[in-house]
Unconditional design. Structure first.
Lengths: 330, 297
């Protein structure tokens, strides 16, 4: 896209996002929009590892939940919002470091299995260690914070707070993708041995990427408990990790837009499906299988590919070689 | 959601009882994870459906028992039915994605969600606990201690199956082909071994064993929604502990976890589930290939 067009698109998107509460007006839909944004933060965080690092984690709900529980338990113990959020961030960074040290013993399928097991540990603590986490009954969060004196109690104000955090996350990701760090992470994904031979510390790059991913997952977790005002072991369940992964994969990995689109699809599907039938898991499984089988590259790159195919059929280029097929990875 | 902890014996039980219970749980875990380990070793994918096979098999068993079938017949029938289903999943779903390990794993995960929801539809959310078969009720008395007969039966069955699997893998032509496939699938193919047929066979075998274990476990674990994703991590831990593709590793890992679970449950009831993962973490740090696994170069 040309720079002018790009700027215009970004400005338009910002205006649309800022106007959502005014246009929608209905509290329920504003809350759905907040959910989409907070899960988009989570999906963007997971995408750092899945898309740019080539490390598929099935335990990220554990990090999301660790931050959520840390904040909720601090609030429950009578501490202020600032202390709760700060503690949650410290805890999630520590948890991410532990996860990373253990999971980075392996790559590929091994990484996936270890993260799955680590996520289950968090679930086990949330569910079984009742004296700490109140077990299946969960923890209530009675108040929302009021940054700079602005209360976030209403759906509108919470939407704007979530939007600000979301834009911060998106900006971080945009900078990260263009940075040398982002480039070296993609390098470790595609050619770990060559990166090693070139003098890059592959392990350290992956470790730092894990911390970045864990940090934003934690931020999403904190947003979630403030949004939901309740946290239960369900948040740490394997289903939650799978949903987050589905957001990343369905939208398209290793793109900035993909996880956001994916979060939108999954949250809307979940809300719509839950309104009519109780079979969310069934639908989740079917979408999973359909996307993996028919559009493995995700909806955003997949649609781009289909569009190019379609355009080529309609207006076949004359004596010009066909453009190279789309795709981030060989 | 009821927890299967509560069905496990009281915490004041003396250590001999705990030991028998540990061995019984170990036997059950072996039935579950032997197939998981072989599938992982051969196909290089962790089959995230394995807990679902266990749960669906247990539900089949519940229905067969409700229809008045003999307990052993119900367990065998459930195992056979699940073997057919597992074989079909491998042949018609996983085969389409041959070579794409990640896509295969995610496919098994998606299928696991579908099975979980279908089970919820058919068998509702209430837990089912079939009665212990009449001829296995009661306990045997050995030197003043009572051992429940049914748990001894589970251990017996697990030992028989372990020996049978060992004989098959180590002493038959089929076993030699499986070992070749585990060690180096491409070379095995070049030597004329139909590795993809082995995939279907092992997948069906693993599914059948998991379902059989589900029926065996049903009278005391009971069957309820969520059992699938409670058993799956256990199989995962056992295999990471023991090393992928190693039956001996699965056996040792299963009994280790069986002991850890029961004794952990008695000593630190709040943390029993978390303690289960500690040896796995230790093994990952010190010996990533597992206790009996080989280093893949």
């Amino acid at each position: 896209m040309r720079p002018k067009l790009r700027h215009a698109a970004i400005t338009l998107a910002l205006i649309v996002l800022a106007m959502v509460p005014i246009w929608v007006g209905n509290t329920y839909y504003i809350n759905v929009a907040s959910q989409i944004l907070l899960f988009a933060v989570f999906a963007l965080a997971l995408n750092v590892l899945v898309g740019y690092g080539g490390l598929v984690s099935l335990g990220h709900a554990g990090l999301f939940a660790v931050a959520g529980y840390a904040a909720a338990l601090m609030l429950d113990a009578g501490h202020g919002h600032f202390a709760a959020i700060l503690t949650a961030i410290v805890v999630v960074l520590a948890a991410s470091a532990v996860f990373a040290v253990l999971a980075l013993r392996a790559t590929g399928i091994g990484f996936l299995m270890i993260t799955l097991a680590l996520g289950q540990i968090v679930w086990g603590i949330a569910y079984r260690w009742a004296s700490l986490t109140n077990g299946d009954n969960g923890v209530n969060v009675t108040t929302r914070p009021a940054p700079f004196g602005a209360s976030l109690a209403s759906a509108d104000s919470f939407y704007y707070a979530t939007l600000v955090v979301f834009l911060l996350a998106l900006a971080t990701m945009a900078v990260f993708v263009r940075s040398p760090f982002g480039a070296s992470l993609r390098g470790t994904r595609d050619q770990p041995r060559r990166m090693n031979a070139l003098g890059y510390n592959v392990w350290l790059i992956r470790f730092l990427a894990f911390l970045l991913s864990g940090f934003w997952s934690g931020v999403a977790g904190i947003l979630f408990i403030y949004y939901n005002q309740f946290v239960s072991p369900q948040v740490a369940a394997l289903t939650s990790s799978a949903e987050a992964l589905l957001m990343v994969i369905s939208g398209g990995t290793a793109t900035l837009l993909g996880p956001i689109v994916g979060a939108g699809i999954v949250v809307i599907m979940k809300n719509v499906v839950s309104a009519y039938i109780e079979r969310w898991n069934l639908v989740l499984g079917v979408i999973f299988i359909a996307i993996i089988t028919f559009m493995p590259e995700g909806l955003v790159p997949g649609s781009v590919r289909l569009w190019r195919l379609f355009r080529q059929k309609l207006w076949p280029p004359r004596s010009v070689p066909a453009p190279a097929p789309a795709g981030e990875r060989p | 959601m009821s927890s299967w902890l509560s069905f496990w014996p009281n915490l004041v039980a003396s250590w001999p009882t705990l030991t028998v219970n540990s061995i019984a749980l170990g036997g059950l875990l072996f039935l579950l994870s032997a197939g998981f380990s072989l599938i992982f070793g051969l196909m290089r994918i962790p089959n995230l459906l394995h807990g679902s096979f266990f749960m669906l098999g247990a539900y089949f068993g519940v229905s067969f028992l409700a229809a008045g079938l003999n307990f052993w017949l119900a367990a065998l029938l459930s195992g056979a039915a699940m073997a057919v289903i597992g074989g079909m999943i491998e042949r018609f779903l996983l085969r389409r994605l041959a070579g794409q390990e990640l896509a295969q794993v995610l496919l098994t995960l998606g299928t696991a969600f579908i099975i979980a929801d279908l089970c919820l539809m058919v068998w509702t959310g209430d837990p089912w606990q079939p009665p212990t078969p009449a001829h296995l009720q009661g306990a045997v008395q050995v030197t003043g201690l009572f051992f429940p007969l049914f748990r001894l039966a589970i251990v017996g069955v697990a030992i028989v199956i372990a020996v049978a699997l060992w004989l098959m893998v180590d002493w038959t032509r089929l076993g030699a082909m499986i070992r070749a496939g585990v060690d180096d699938a491409p070379i095995a193919r070049v030597c004329g071994i139909k590795v993809s047929q082995l995939f279907t066979l092992i997948f069906a075998l693993g599914a059948g064993l998991a379902a059989f274990a589900g029926v065996m476990g049903a009278p005391y674990l009971s069957v309820y929604p969520g059992l699938d994703f409670e058993m799956l991590p256990l199989a995962l831990i056992v295999v990471i502990l023991g090393g992928t593709g190693s039956l001996l590793g699965a056996l040792v890992g299963s009994f280790l976890i069986g002991f850890l679970y029961n004794f952990g449950q008695a000593i630190f009831p709040d943390l029993a589930y978390v303690i289960l993962f500690l040896p796995m973490l230790l093994v990952l740090v010190l010996r990533p290939q597992g206790l009996f696994g080989r280093v893949v170069t």
